[in-house]
Design a protein around this ligand. Structure first.
Ligand code: ZN
Length: 209
């Protein structure tokens, strides 16, 4: 939703409701973990009021454990925290699950997959950042494809049910490659909201490869 026109937020939410997308991805930035501030609870609530699909909140904030309960109370179903922002990642993931949400851990481009060797079971999904977090509309970092493959191998080796989400620089030009590498969930912003036909863009990004 970072790429949505916030002056027409209701229409943008209805457009996603009507399209093939499976959920709403909400990028929450605090100006500390990342060099940008996006939006907070009033906007999340406004989206939640109209959304007919699950809300997936991606917290690019320091001390995300402080806000788990608040995100649950505004209707978020999938909540991811950054590995780099959590001193006690395992505990934080457990707290998210205990609150009744799907627990996700996000990795910055510089963070290797092996950091999750001992926590992958505690995560319902892992979000691989394929750009440096903070801004929409950035170019995809090619190395991310290798990380998806590595993560898929880790999940298989550990016999975990963890899903792989990829976020940043995604469009029709690389969606098939990402699915083939093992991605389960693709996050798209500009590829949908800047498309001449957003409904068609959502449909095409969801092609069963
Ligand atoms: Zn995101």
């Amino acid at each position: 939703m970072l790429s949505a026109d916030f002056g027409r937020l209701n229409e943008e939410v209805e457009m996603v409701n009507a399209g093939a997308a499976d959920m709403f991805h909400l990028d929450i930035m605090d100006g500390r973990f990342v060099p940008n501030i996006s939006y907070g609870f009033p906007v999340v609530k406004a989206i939640a009021a109209r959304a007919r699909k699950p809300l997936d909140a991606h917290l690019m904030i320091v001390e995300p454990e402080k806000y788990i309960e608040t995100f649950r109370s505004v209707g978020v179903a999938y909540l991811s925290v950054h590995c780099e922002a959590c001193v006690h990642l395992h505990r934080t993931l457990q707290q998210i699950r205990s609150a009744g949400m799907k627990a996700g851990v996000a990795l910055n481009p510089h963070t290797p997959v092996w950091c999750l060797a001992d926590t992958v079971h505690a995560a319902d999904f892992v979000l691989i950042m394929s750009v440096n977090p903070g801004f929409g509309g950035q170019a995809f970092i090619e190395r991310s494809l290798h990380k998806i493959t590595e993560l898929k191998n880790l999940i298989t080796r550990e016999n975990a049910a963890t899903l792989i989400e990829v976020d940043g620089g995604i469009g029709l030009y690389n969606a098939a490659q990402l699915y083939a590498a093992g991605a389960d969930i693709l996050v798209a912003g500009n590829a949908i909201f800047s498309a001449a036909n957003p409904l068609q863009a959502m449909e095409e990004l969801k092609i069963d490869y």
